[in-house]
Design a protein around this ligand. Sequence first.
Ligand SMILES: *Cc1c(COP(=O)(O)O)cnc(C)c1O
Length: 378
Amino acid sequence: MKFNTKAIHAGQNPEPTTGAVMPPVFHTSTYAQKAPNDHQGYDYARVGNPTRTALEKLIAGLENASECAAFSSGVGAIDAIMKTLNPGDHVISTNDLYGGTYRLFTKVFEKYGITFSFVDMTDLSQIRNAVTAQTKLIWIETPTNPLLRIIDIAAASEIAKKAGALSIVDNTFASPYLQQPLELGADAVMHSTTKYLGGHSDVIGGAVASSNHDLMEQLRFQVKTTGAVPGPMDCYLTLRGIKTLHVRVQRSVENAKEIARFLENHPDVGELHYPGLKKHPQHELASRQMKDFGAMVSFSLKNDSMEAASAFMSKTRIFTLAESLGGVESLISHPASMTHGSIPKEVREKAGLYDSLIRLSVGIEDVDDLIDDLKQAF
Ligand SMILES: *Cc1c(COP(=O)(O)O)cnc(C)c1O
């Protein structure tokens, strides 16, 4: 099956008792058993729920994975992955990382004896040089947030394999429609389903998909034991959202390309970050690794001050000033104070994330209206 068909049908069958085409929302905490341990595959809803199973099968299908585990949030999924490690283990990750992931790594897992190296992963030699005998995981987030740098998934996964470590890709920014990490050699892929997969800014969720059965068994153990599970209604909303993933993402990307062209020619724009631009440092890699260039665009103003950026963001009317991304509506945000506020200023600036940077999540509105909105804000 091709992707657009899988987005609607992968792992989905009409419900057997009624023929309902969409999976029912199974609001139950427990399941009747005929005799102790004689049940129909479900015993307690922390461990499993049929609505959740339908969602997991769909995401596994989209990522070409044999298995998937859904979580109550993206960070819940990352937390479960990290708990498969042991004190003394070492993780390599990018210095341009989603703020919540950085906070989880440094404020929670360092305390339990896991060590981290944050390097510029667009430079493969920096990844190689960071490998130690204790390295167990290379955590890849690409495109990066908010500077939209591109990390070579195939090459980074190869380094992980040689080091005897796992490579796991946070595929939230690209979505499985644009990027297929397992096909490129990664061991597992993680999503904040809150973003493109859900697609309508109405639900929080996470997922991990992989064909590494041993890893997935460990994650199932985490699901059962630490319980960061999504409710059935959240699973249903995410499942419903995924059915239009390919249509939404394609339109968002088309809009983002026009907006990038508009910003490229605007006299008040300083730096512009979009992987679809020929002058983007990893444009060639993005063309190879992704089906298209994504719908996130970030830029700074020529007037490189916090005040100018703040004034701009208060003026947009269609672009809503809010955290998050990947919904049908366009959002504008200020990474330095919002999503990346938990990263110290020196660390942020070392990675090139300045206070004047503005990030756009481009939605599927009419692009003329979006460009007019930016024009009047300038
Ligand atoms: C939002 C996000 C997360 C965290 O997901 P939540 O669902 O908000 O917990 C992780 N990684 C990236 C790239 C994100 O954008």
